[in-house]
Design a protein. Structure first.
Lengths: 314, 490, 314
């Protein structure tokens, strides 16, 4: 039992639930057990996974971003308009967005503001900008992202390749790199990180900027899949991204996150929607079932945490 | 100036003074550590040990006095950063590791130079080598998170981190109660390593409540009391009894010990059984007693008080006839409601008594506030002023009034006189005695010896449990000190 | 003079000053033609945000991390169920109100149950329960739009002495909330918990009981608001609560209630609700687009929090 550390246990629940869910989907709809089937099942998971990683970064430093959905929507609108017609301006706007995220991190830290409220205000701002840009659904995805998102690599569908890639890169950045250690340290014990001579403001700004970067990627990928955008295209992402991090074993405070878990969480949420429709659960109950899944996972985790603390006491 | 290098102190403070409000924590202390020596630092609560350590590691700026590093003056610009870059490290009692990170990753947090490709391998090699060196056979996997380690293992990692070096050499390590959570054999390994480190030219300041450790490990022992150094000799010139005597009052201020209270025939108002497996004494309180909880700070006194309070319930339904009231000592954490007025802070516990049909009777509240202001002389014109406009001592009086105004027969006090001026203290002592004579019970955790000596009965805490019970004439400074300090590790 | 000085010291005064300024600007723009209409519309629409805002105010006052995200779902479910129970029948109005209250109480109990039993932050607890509540509403509604009983439809759209009836209801609830907050022991307890939960517990405040009551109170107000809104707009719609998620939080913050908890005030909710509505209608009269309205709302929220944080640090 020695190899079964707390961290691995943390990852085990989301991984197992994904496997069980996938098996159930295969059982219900054997046709999904194919290249195209898998691609269809997981296609929409790529932007959700990217947004989940962004949310996870914010949660690493004990904050929460309630503007994730509106921000991704705004990025989608920029992608479908400026990035397509005038790539340079589009790119500049997106870089500006990342700078705004870094600035938010600085303001939240220096003024000791609750991140929930600041990002709540930002959600109005992003959604206002998105509506200004695209008052009605429209725009066109740039060809290159369209090509990328619909490309068909051999053997494994694009959605799976992309998800694995996202998980690996985020894992390296957050769990393996020297930078990732510092930002997780800020989440775990801010005082001792400061005492060891690190600038916590800089760490927080960098974390927010990186989160902004992943959210921008999420918006771009989303447009690549949908070909056009609208101002409300990704509003669900705020809640989905938080749920994904939690499903993947992340925690709200304490710098305990898992990028691989977060991507698995995003995949699970995407799959859960398909699963519920295959189960012929009436569409009325699909949102509710997602809520129930969230509660069940949290309850499972509570039991595991108890076991962990009991073991420690021994 | 032709001193040999080992005579130049790594760090020296001269005439250092530091006050916190009305309390003079450090009063003209001179202290120096030379390379190749281990200095033992002992003293009871409030003697000034932590303040001195804070000044040495750069965390506190002294109000007066000079600091020099390796013989060069550093007064004025000395800071945590400067201390670190100069090779001064500190192991605190509180956990200073990030619980969510692994042992290796915590090493990276302390050593900024561990970066770039392969940092993880280098960090792991560094910390593992140090752990192996200090605690051979430790069995700690450096890839596990701190939160999954036992308390002893965390302490070991903390110590090894402090002694590990990358770009700058470790010159001085301050160990504040390093063995508090280690068992005897691990403590022995640590102390042996301290001797090796010292004979290699390093310097160590060792603080411990286990006097045997101090005498066996330190070259020199510095005894502090009331913010001053009261004794400084080579360790071999001290005995355990001699140390205890040196920590006590040089002159006995007064001997107002009262005879043991006769509690036979009275029913206890509050009881708590000892939970630990080790031998411990049960807690019992009788009506009209003033019971002292003594011992070194952080040995379980506050935890006991809080559990006595929480044990009475009242999480869901307010209790109109609550048996206990609580007087907080750490005002900012446990006591003050900072946005409120003095009056609202004073009446919060009493509020259910002032309420009719869910509405607070403002007039009655105001009258009670005024009467308590006059009784305990809170110095304010207007009870509507914010609580934080008062001085610390007066804020504490408000917290006293909060508890005393209730009908609760037992008042729990969590070292409430911290940072309170002497005049206020005298007023409160008098008030306690008057209330106790009326039949109220006080359970009083105090870190100050003269307060403990005023109690009818004293429980002495060590390592989370009650190790001694003293009554009446037995309540003396010597007996409390002797019970607070252990001769050797349990 | 003294009165002016004392008024200026009130935390809610700025919301009213701003609301009055915007009202004046709009009136002047239209040459005074719309004075009565604008004022009545402002009172009517503000009334709904006031009712949910009051509940959210008590929750936010409980301290950092406390927020109720299930308000929109609760509104929808209560409106849907109540209208179906009454089934356009004037005789069943009492039953409809009883159903509304029962729904509020049940959701409040469920919310605090999740917070307490699963030991999860309120934000995620109320979020997961809102999924289930929303699903229940969808399932119960089945896309049928039932009209409110004629008497209620009349009541909720009419005015008494020139003041809209819904505003009178909001006023009555506000007075109750004001008494609870300023004169009652409940308000003291809520404020004590928000300032320092541990200190409050050690001062004998029944922390669990008060937090429980607060979440129930908030859910009941949300249910009541949903009931009124569906009567006012001639039937329940599934997305009718959506805009109140952010609005309920925004009016609390703009109204001068402390974001970090411990201090609340009722008049500010009125000022802020009127202000938010009037800004929207002013921008409408000036011909500004929806995007500009959202953008300005967001910037105002952020400006208010930053200004408030400066006050705290001085």
């Amino acid at each position: 039992m020695k190899w079964l550390t707390a961290e691995r246990l943390r990852l085990l629940v989301p991984a197992l639930s994904l496997v069980v869910l996938l098996a159930a989907v295969f059982y219900l709809q054997p046709r999904t057990m194919s290249y195209t089937g898998l691609n269809l099942l997981f296609n929409l998971a790529v932007p959700i996974a990217l947004a989940t990683i962004a949310q996870m970064l914010i949660m690493t430093v004990n904050d929460l971003d309630l503007s994730m959905g509106t921000f991704v929507s705004f990025v989608a609108c920029v992608t479908a308009t400026f990035l397509q017609t005038d790539p340079l301006t589009g790119a500049l706007i997106l870089v500006g967005c990342i700078a705004v995220y870094a600035g938010l991190g600085v303001i939240i830290h220096l003024r000791n503001l609750p991140s929930i409220v600041v990002t709540l205000g930002m959600s109005f701002v992003w959604s206002g900008l998105a509506v200004l840009l695209l008052p009605a659904p429209g725009g066109v995805a740039p060809d290159w992202i369209r090509w990328l998102m619909t490309s068909k690599p051999p053997l494994v569908p694009m959605a799976i390749v992309a998800s694995v890639l996202i998980a690996v890169i985020a894992h390296f950045l957050v769990m393996r790199s020297a930078f990732g250690v510092v930002i997780r340290g800020v989440g775990g014990n801010e005082r001792s990180v400061a005492r060891a001579g690190w600038s916590v403001v800089r760490a927080r700004a960098a974390t927010y900027a990186l989160a902004g970067f992943f959210a921008v990627l999420s918006g771009i990928c989303l447009v690549g899949l949908t070909t056009s955008a609208d101002a409300n295209i990704a509003l669900r992402y705020t809640l989905l991204s938080i749920a994904g991090v939690i499903l993947g074993g992340g925690e709200f405070v304490g710098g305990r996150v898992s990028p691989i878990g977060a991507v698995i969480g995003a995949l699970t949420l995407t799959l859960a929607a398909s699963f519920l429709s295959f189960l012929k659960i009436p569409p009325d109950w699909q949102i509710g079932a997602q809520g129930a899944i969230l509660i069940i996972v949290l309850a499972l985790r509570l039991i595991l945490n108890r076991r962990e603390s009991v073991e420690k006491a021994k | 100036m032709n001193q040999r290098p080992q005579d130049v102190p790594v760090i020296a403070v001269d005439g250092a003074s530091k006050s916190f409000g009305a309390v003079r924590a450090l009063d003209g202390v001179g202290f120096a550590v030379r390379p190749g020596e281990c200095v033992g630092l002992v003293g009871h609560n409030g003697a000034g040990k932590s303040t001195l350590v804070g000044i040495i590691n750069g965390g506190l700026k002294p109000d007066a006095g000079a600091i020099s590093l390796d013989g060069l003056d550093a007064t004025g610009h000395y800071s945590i950063g400067e201390a670190r870059s100069h090779g001064v490290r500190c192991v605190f009692q509180e956990l200073s590791l990030c619980p969510n990170l692994t042992v290796t990753e915590n090493t990276r947090i302390t050593h900024a130079s561990l970066k770039g490709f392969g940092w993880r391998r280098r960090a792991e090699a560094l910390i593992r080598a140090k752990l192996d060196e200090i605690f051979p056979g430790h069995g700690i996997d450096c890839r596990t998170a701190i939160s999954t380690l036992t308390i002893a293992e965390r302490q070991m990692v903390e110590i090894a981190t402090a002694f590990s070096e990358t770009d700058s050499k470790v010159k001085l390590v301050i160990l504040d109660e390093p063995t508090s959570s280690l068992d005897a054999s691990l403590a022995g390994q640590l102390l042996a390593y301290v001797r090796r480190f010292v004979s290699g030219g390093g310097a160590v300041v060792l603080i411990s409540h286990i006097l045997g450790e101090i005498l066996s490990t330190a070259d020199r022992v510095v005894v502090m009391k009331d913010g001053k150094v009261v004794g400084e000799r080579a360790a071999k010139e001290f005995s355990i009894e001699g140390l205890v005597a040196a920590m006590g009052s040089v002159v006995r201020a007064r001997d107002a010990n009262r005879p043991a209270r006769d509690v036979s025939g009275l029913a206890p108002v509050l009881e708590q059984r000892a939970h630990t497996r080790a031998e411990a004494i049960d807690f019992v309180a009788y009506p009209g007693e003033i019971i002292g909880l003594a011992g070194l700070g952080g040995h379980g006194q506050t935890r006991t008080l809080v559990s006595l309070f929480m044990g009475q319930g009242g999480d869901w339904i307010p209790r109109h006839d609550s048996k206990v009231a609580f007087v907080a000592g750490d005002r900012h954490v446990d006591g003050n409601l900072p946005l409120w007025s003095i009056l609202k802070n004073m009446t919060i516990t009493l509020l259910p008594d002032l309420t009719r049909a869910g509405l607070v009777d403002d007039r009655q509240e105001g009258a009670i506030g005024k009467s308590w202001r006059d009784r305990i002389e809170i110095r304010t014109e207007n009870l509507g002023n914010p609580i934080l406009s008062l001085s610390g001592g007066n804020q504490q009086k408000v917290l006293f009034a909060r508890a005393l105004a209730t009908r609760a027969p037992v008042v729990l006090m969590d070292d409430p006189m911290r940072g309170v001026d002497i005049g206020t203290k005298q007023e409160v002592y008098h008030m306690l005695r008057v209330e106790a004579d009326k039949g109220r019970t006080f359970v009083w955790y105090s870190t100050e010896m003269d307060e403990v000596c005023q109690c009818d009965r004293v429980y002495v805490f060590r390592e989370g449990r009650i190790v001694a019970e003293l009554r009446g004439q037995e309540v003396t400074e010597e007996r409390v000190l002797a019970a607070s300090f252990a001769e050797k590790a349990a | 003079m003294n009165l002016v000085v004392r008024l200026l010291a009130k935390p809610w005064i700025w919301a009213f000053v701003a609301a009055f300024g915007v009202w004046l600007a709009t009136i002047l723009f239209t040459g005074g033609a719309s004075t009565l209409g604008l004022s009545q519309a402002a009172l009517t629409f503000a009334a709904f945000s006031i009712i949910v805002g009051l509940g959210q105010m008590f929750v936010i006052t409980l301290g950092p991390g406390n927020v109720d995200l299930s308000i929109p779902a609760t509104m929808t479910l209560a409106g849907t169920v109540a209208l179906k129970v009454m089934d356009t029948n004037n005789d069943l109005i009492v039953a409809g109100i009883a159903a509304t209250l029962a729904i509020g109480i049940a959701i409040g109990i469920a919310n605090y149950g999740l917070i307490k039993l699963l030991r999860i932050p309120p934000i995620i607890a109320t979020l997961s329960s809102s999924f289930i509540v929303q699903s229940t509403a969808i399932w119960y509604n089945r896309g049928i739009r039932i009209k409110p009983p004629a008497y209620l439809a009349e009541f909720s759209t009419a005015s008494t002495l020139g003041i809209p009836n819904v505003a009178i209801v909001a006023l009555v609830i506000s007075i109750v909330a004001w008494v609870l907050l300023e004169k009652g022991i409940y308000g003291r307890w809520v404020s004590a918990i928000g300032q320092n939960m541990r200190a409050a517990r050690l001062a004998g405040v029944p922390v669990d009981g008060v937090r429980f009551a607060t979440y129930v109170f908030c859910a009941v107000l949300a249910a009541l608001c949903g009931f009124l809104l569906s009567c006012f707009s001639g039937g329940a719609a599934l997305n009718m609560g959506a805009e109140y998620l952010l609005t309920s939080i925004a009016v609390v913050i703009i109204g001068g209630t402390a974001v970090a908890g411990g201090f609340a005030n009722v008049p500010g909710i009125w000022g802020a609700s009127l202000f938010l509505f009037l800004v929207v209608s002013m921008l409408n009269t000036y011909g500004a687009s929806a995007g500009v309205r959202l953008l300005l709302t967001g910037l105002i929220i952020i400006a208010v929090i930053i200004a408030a944080s400066r006050k705290q640090t001085v």
